[in-house]
Write a protein that binds this ligand. Structure first.
Ligand code: S3P
Length: 437
C-alpha cells in the first residue's frame, strides 16, 4: 500500500493504520511545544529582536505566534526554520486572540495580558472552551487584573483587563506549569516580587527561559520567585520534545525487534520521567542527557504502580504509558491523576476507551485507572476526542501491536503538535497509513 502525501494525512479527519510490525530507526521529533510557546511570548515581551530556531510548527504554537502579532509584535518567518520576533509588545491586542486547541497558549498568554494596560479577549476551539481557566483567573485577580469569562470567568472566551499588578505569593491547588508560567509572566510587570509555591515541582521551562531573557528569577526547590523587570531579546534554540519521543519509545517496545533512537531532546527537569517509568517496567531504555539522545529496544515489560508524585513528570505521557501497561505482565494501577480529566480531552476516560477498543481490560477510577496487562491487542476503531495524544498512541499501537486495520477518528488533532507524525510512523514501522473510512 503506498501512503498518500503526508499533507493529506495531516488534514485527514480519520486515519487508517494497517500493521503490525516493529518500529525501527532513528529520528528527530518536533521542537518542544512547551519551550516554543514560552520562547514566542518572552520574545514578544522583550526589548529587541530574538531569533528562534527549531520552533514547534504545530497549530498550537502557530496560534501563539499569531496572538503576539495582535499586540504589534513583528514576526518574520525566514522559512528556513528560523523565526524572528521583534518585541516589545506595543499595544493592547487589536483583535480577539484565538488559541485554537492550546491550553498552554491561552493560559500563558493570559499572564501576559494581565500585565498589559488594556483589554484582551482570549478564546479557542470547542475543546479549549470547555477547559477550566479559574486556576489562572483566581491568582491573576489577586494580582489586580480583572478577569472575566463564561461561567464567572472559568471558561473561555476570557476577557482580561490588565495593568497595575502587585506581586503575590501563591500556592496553586493543582501542580501546573501553565499556572506557574502565567503568574511568573504577569509578575514581570507587577510591583514587587511574585512567588509560586508548587505542591509538586513541575517542568521548569518558564523559570529557565526567563533567566535567558535577563529576568531576575530564583528557584528554591518547588518555590520560584520572579522580580519585576524588563526582558531583553535573545536567540533561542528549541530542542526536540520529549513528550513526542515517548510515542516512539513505546512503539519500539510494542513489538519484538523494535529499536528506536530519538535525537536532540530537551534533557532538563520534569520532562523525561517517562524514561524512569519505562525502566521500572523493565524496558531496555537509555537517555543520554548530555547529547539528548534516547535509545529504546523491545523488551518484556512488567506492570507498574503510578501515584500522585509520579504524575507531574509524566502528565502528557499517561495515554502512551497506559498502552505499554496493556502489553506488560501484571496489573498496572494509576492514581492521583485526576487533573488529566481537564486536558485536551478527559484523558482518563479517553485513554480507558481507547484501551477497551483495542481489547484491553481496564477499569476507570476517579483519579486514574487499573489496566490488566498481557493483552493481545486487536485492531480498533478509536475516537481521539479531539486529543492529539490519544490519536498518536492509537496509531503506534495499531502500527506495531494490533494485526489488521485500526481506524482513528479525529486524526486531524495531531496537527496541533506533530504535523507529519503519520509520515514518521510509516517510515519507522512500515505500516500502511491512509485517510480512514
Ligand atoms: C504544559 C504543562 C502541562 C502539560 C501541557 C504543557 C506547559 O499542563 O500537560 O501539555 O507547557 O506548561 P498543566 O500545567 O495543566 O499540568
Amino acid at each position: 500500500m503506498t501512503p498518500p502525501a503526508a499533507l493529506d494525512l495531516d488534514a485527514a479527519s480519520s486515519l487508517q493504520v494497517t500493521g503490525a510490525g516493529p518500529a525501527r530507526g532513528s529520528l528527530r521529533v518536533p521542537g518542544d511545544k512547551s519551550i516554543s510557546h514560552r520562547a514566542v511570548l518572552m520574545a514578544a515581551l522583550a526589548h529587541g529582536s530574538s531569533v528562534i530556531t527549531g520552533l514547534s510548527r504545530g497549530q498550537d504554537v502557530s496560534h501563539t505566534l499569531r496572538a503576539v502579532e495582535r499586540f504589534g509584535v513583528i514576526v518574520t518567518d525566514a522559512g528556513d526554520g528560523r523565526v524572528r520576533v521583534e518585541g516589545p509588545i506595543r499595544h493592547e491586542p487589536d483583535d480577539v486572540l484565538d488559541h485554537g486547541n492550546a491550553g498552554t497558549g491561552i493560559r500563558l498568554t493570559s499572564g501576559v495580558c494581565a500585565g498589559i494596560d488594556g483589554v484582551s479577549v482570549l478564546t479557542g476551539d470547542r475543546f479549549l472552551r470547555r477547559r477550566p481557566m479559574e486556576r489562572i483567573a483566581a491568582p491573576l485577580r489577586l494580582m489586580g487584573a480583572n478577569v472575566d469569562g463564561r461561567e464567572r470567568g472559568n471558561l473561555a472566551p476570557l476577557v482580561i483587563r490588565g495593568g497595575s499588578l502587585t506581586g503575590i505569593t501563591y500556592a496553586p491547588k493543582v501542580a501546573s506549569a501553565q499556572v506557574k508560567g502565567a503568574l511568573l509572566l504577569a509578575g514581570l510587570s507587577a510591583a514587587g516580587p511574585t512567588t509560586v509555591e508548587e505542591v509538586h515541582a513541575t517542568r521548569r521551562h518558564t523559570e529557565e527561559m526567563l533567566a535567558e531573557f535577563g529576568a531576575r528569577v530564583r528557584v528554591e526547590g518547588s518555590r520560584v520567585t520572579v522580580e519585576p523587570g524588563r526582558l531583553t531579546g535573545t536567540d533561542v534554540s528549541v530542542p526536540g520534545d520529549p513528550s513526542q519521543a515517548a510515542f516512539w519509545a513505546v512503539a519500539a517496545l510494542l513489538a519484538e525487534q523494535g529499536e528506536v533512537v530519538v535525537e536532540n531532546l530537551y534533557p532538563g527537569f520534569g520532562r523525561s520521567d517517562f524514561v524512569g517509568v519505562l525502566e521500572r517496567m523493565g524496558a531496555d531504555i537509555t537517555f543520554d542527557t548530555t547529547a539528548g539522545t534516547l535509545s529504546v529496544r523491545a523488551s518484556r515489560l512488567r506492570a507498574v504502580e503510578l501515584t500522585a508524585v509520579d504524575i507531574p513528570g509524566i502528565v502528557d505521557e499517561v495515554p502512551v504509558l497506559a498502552m505499554a501497561a496493556a502489553v506488560a505482565e501484571g496489573t498496572t494501577v494509576i492514581s492521583g491523576a485526576g487533573d488529566l480529566r481537564a486536558k485536551e480531552s478527559d484523558r482518563i476516560a479517553s485513554t480507558a476507551a481507547m484501551l477497551r477498543a483495542f481489547g484491553v481490560k481496564v477499569t476507570e477510577t476517579e483519579d486514574g485507572m487499573v489496566i490488566e496487562g498481557a493483552s493481545r491487542l486487536r485492531p480498533a476503531r478509536v475516537d481521539s476526542h479531539g486529543d492529539h495524544r490519544i490519536a498518536m498512541t492509537a496509531a503506534v499501537a495499531g502500527a506495531c501491536a494490533a494485526e489488521g486495520t485500526t481506524v482513528i477518528e479525529g486524526w486531524d488533532s495531531v496537527a496541533t503538535s506533530y504535523p507529519r507524525f503519520a509520515e514518521d510512523l510509516v517510515r519507522l514501522t512500515g505500516a500502511g497509513a491512509e485517510p480512514g473510512a
